[in-house]
Structure formats: structure tokens, C-alpha cells
Design a protein around this ligand. Structure first.
Ligand SMILES: Cc1ncc(COP(=O)(O)O)c(C=O)c1O
Length: 412
């Protein structure tokens, strides 16, 4: 299907509003995406007509149970999980990471080791550091390779041994945009019997995920990064959902996956997440409208990837032309999302972001919780980076506006 960007943008109220007399330009997708009318309606309809809790036979309770099951099935399709029962929900990816890290690390002992990376958002670092500290477990943090902007796989290989209990890593960096070689890391982990915990929060809006092909143990994503509301989901192998012991309220069910869901879930958010996944699937085109959700998602992500690569190519070409600019990340369109971290030869990242915000163009400035990365690059105390992140609803023309602003900023 040709990617009909105008028809796509029509579906997003935020992209068609006027702010200070201008149409806003959102390059803050890695921080949070905008949403569609269908997703808004799904949230509103649940909230307006069905607000209830699980387990009741009243029509609203039945609907609530249905909404939750539909969300499990939609996320299972999104990550190609073997069953909807391998998916559970939480308030945010960070909350799921803290929750699961407690349970996964429950039986760790002194002498055990775990591996985290400097490419990660610190939700997938601090959660592990806390439990490691409690259990006296050694933590190795693998550096970012400053040539490939992935991680240093040789360093990783040198740190893995029979004491390694877990490798926690990001599928794609929320700051650099680089995609890590997840399959390679998982193979390394498996060679010593270590678990793998993948943060797919930044990866999920851009690429198709297949947990069966990866054969990872855990994988987390957050719906507000892929046009959904502020809820998160985790895939875990059944053996872990049943075998590990969650921190839970005693009378709450012992049946997986519900036993991992603490308290009442955000049902309107789950309805919205399902709608957001359906929206992504719709990007596969009309011809596939009757195909199974997973098939539509795979085609949709092929389309998203090729459109986003045209955005990346344009962005990188434009960036190359700026004298004195530093790009932190891959210089080619392969192996990256359309998220760009850079510094300009003049001004701080915050000054540039502020300059853009005044002109209703949203870019980020700072460390984006990728603290290990910014420390390694020596820019943590120096304002971090400018982050401009595209999603599939951004356009070449919007990128041109951003580069006009860069010119204006540098020549002011
Ligand atoms: C790569 C990555 N991981 C984790 C998170 C945290 O997600 P949440 O806000 O759902 O806790 C973010 C948020 O920006 C992120 O970009």
C-alpha cells in the first residue's frame, strides 16, 4: 500500500489543531506519541458506558472482562506471543520493570551476577540495580560502542559466565535510535542459562516484534509510545508467569497472567491500547482488512519501516550539511529508528529546544533517562543532547521546518 500520509494525519486531532496560530510539529514521539480519534473513542466509550470491575455478571462487568481479554489478544498479536495468557498489564513500563525485577531476583544470592547496558533508559537499569543491591548481586553495565552506537558486544561476551543470572537490555535506544542485536544477546544469555529481559518501549512504534522468534524471557512495551494511552504491557514465558512468585495481595487470584496484575487495572486505557494496535494494523491497507491481526501488523510495520526510512534519509542528509554538528548515532538509515540525538555548534540543547517550542515545534533536550549513555559520552552535566524523534505521522516538510529553525538558531 502506498503510505497515505495525509489520510493518516487526518486521524490525529493533535496534528490538526492550531497552537498560537500555527499547526504544531511533534518531534517528541520518543517521549510520547499523539493519538487517533478511534483510540479516543474507545477510551471514551468504555468510560462513558461500562465503568466496572472484573468478575461481575452485570453487563458492565462482562464488558470489562471482555475489554481486558481483547487487550491481551491485541498485545499478543503485536509481539507474536504464543498465547494471550502470556501478556499482563501495568501502569507503566517502569512499574512493570520494578514489579518483575523483584520477583525475578527473589532467589538471587551473593556471587550471582547480572548485566545491564549503558544504552538503556534507566527504568531498565535502576530496577535491576535496586534488587541487585538488596541481594548482594554484582552488576555489570556494558558500554555503548561509540562506532556503531549499539552496545560493545565484545565487552558483553567478556562479562558473561555461569554466574550470570540475567541480561536486561533495550531493543532500541530511546536517545540514539540504534537497534540492538537482540537475537545475538539472547543467544549469549542462553549459552549460560541466563534470563533475558527486553525493554521494547522505543522499538515498538517502529518495528515488528516477534517474541517467539527472539525466544526472550520477558519483553515490555508502553502503549503511549505507539499512539495508545498511558498503560504498559509485558510478555513473559508461561514458565515464568507460573513459576515465579509475584508480590501480590493475598486474596487476589493465583492464576497467571492475572496474578501479576496489581490492583484494579486501567480498563479504559486497555480499551485504548487495543484500538491503538488496531490503528497500527490498519496501516497495512484496505486489501488486508479481513486478515488476522498479526498478519496485518506485520505488513503495517513493513510500511511504517519503509516510510520512516525515507524520513531518516532526509533527516540525515540535512544534518550532514550542518557544519560543526555532532550526531550521536548511526549515520545510515539501517539499524536505527528515526530518532536523532545531536548537538549543535552553538547554544545548549535546552536553548535550542526552547527556541523551537516558541515556534510550536517540539524537540527534546537532556538525557532522556539514558543516564549511562550521557555519562559515557561526557555530556551528562553539559545539557545532554537535542533529541528529534519522528513517528510514521511526521513528514519530510516538517523535517524541513526543523532544519530551517536550526539555520535561524545558528545564524541568530
Ligand atoms: C526506552 C524506554 N524504556 C522505558 C521507558 C519508561 O516507560 P514508562 O514511561 O512507560 O515507564 C521509556 C520512556 O520514555 C523509554 O523510552
Amino acid at each position: 500500500m502506498p503510505f497515505n500520509i495525509n489520510a493518516i494525519r487526518q486521524q490525529f486531532p493533535a496534528l490538526n489543531q492550531s497552537v498560537d496560530g500555527k499547526t504544531p510539529i511533534f518531534f517528541d514521539g520518543p517521549g510520547g506519541s499523539q493519538t487517533t480519534k478511534t483510540t479516543l473513542n474507545a477510551i471514551r466509550d468504555y468510560f462513558a458506558f461500562y465503568n466496572a470491575n472484573l468478575g461481575s455478571n452485570f453487563f458492565s462487568g462482562v464488558k470489562t472482562t471482555e475489554v481486558m481479554q481483547q487487550a491481551r489478544e491485541a498485545v499478543a498479536a503485536l509481539v507474536n506471543a504464543p498465547s494471550a495468557d502470556t501478556i499482563s498489564f501495568g501502569g507503566s513500563a517502569t512499574m512493570l520493570m520494578f514489579n518483575f525485577s523483584r520477583a525475578i531476583g527473589r532467589d538471587w544470592q551473593e556471587g550471582d551476577e547480572i548485566i545491564i547496558t549503558a544504552a538503556d533508559h534507566y527504568s531498565n537499569v535502576s530496577s535491576w540495580k535496586h534488587i541487585a543491591k538488596d541481594k548482594g548481586v554484582t552488576v555489570h553495565q556494558i558500554a555503548v560502542d561509540e562506532q556503531t552506537f549499539e552496545i560493545d558486544y565484545d565487552e558483553l561476551a567478556s562479562k558473561i559466565d555461569n554466574n550470570t543470572k540475567l541480561i536486561a537490555f533495550t531493543y532500541a535506544s530511546n536517545t540514539l535510535g540504534s537497534v540492538l542485536d537482540a537475537k545475538r544477546i539472547i543467544e549469549m544469555a542462553k549459552s549460560v542459562g541466563a534470563l533475558t529481559f527486553i525493554d521494547a518501549v522505543h522499538y515498538a512504534p517502529h518495528f515488528s516484534i516477534d517474541v517467539q522468534q527472539l525466544d526472550c524471557d520477558f519483553l515490555v512495551l508502553s502503549a503511549y509510545k505507539f499512539t495508545g494511552p498511558h498503560v504498559a504491557a509485558i510478555y513473559a514465558k508461561t514458565e515464568h508467569l507460573e513459576g515465579l512468585t509475584p508480590y501480590k495481595v493475598e486474596p487476589a487470584t493465583e492464576v497467571a497472567p492475572n496474578r501479576w496484575e496489581q490492583g484494579t487495572q486501567n480498563f479504559e486505557g486497555l480499551a485504548g491500547m487495543t484500538a491503538a494496535i488496531e490503528y497500527l494494523a490498519s496501516l497495512s491497507g484496505q486489501e488486508l482488512a479481513d486478515s488476522p491481526l498479526r498478519d496485518r501488523l506485520e505488513t503495517a510495520f513493513d510500511n511504517i519501516k519503509s516510510y520512516e526510512q525515507t524520513l531518516s534519509a532526509h533527516f540525515l542528509d540535512k544534518l550532514k550539511a550542518i557544519e560543526g554538528v555532532t550526531l550521536y548515532g548511526k549515520k545510515s538509515i539501517e539499524g536505527r529508528s528515526p530518532t536523532f540525538a545531536f548537538r549543535l555548534p552553538k547554544g545548549t540543547p535546552a536553548e535550542f529546544a526552547d527556541f523551537c517550542a516558541k515556534r510550536v515545534v517540539g524537540v527534546g533536550a537532556g538525557n532522556f533517562y539514558a543516564q549511562g549513555l550521557c555519562e559515557q559520552l561526557g555530556i551528562m552535566e553539559d545539557g545532554g543532547v537535542i533529541r528529534a524523534g519522528c513517528l510514521h505521522y511526521n513528514t519530510i516538510e516538517e523535517i524541513d521546518v526543523l532544519f530551517d529553525l536550526i539555520d535561524e538558531f545558528l545564524n541568530a
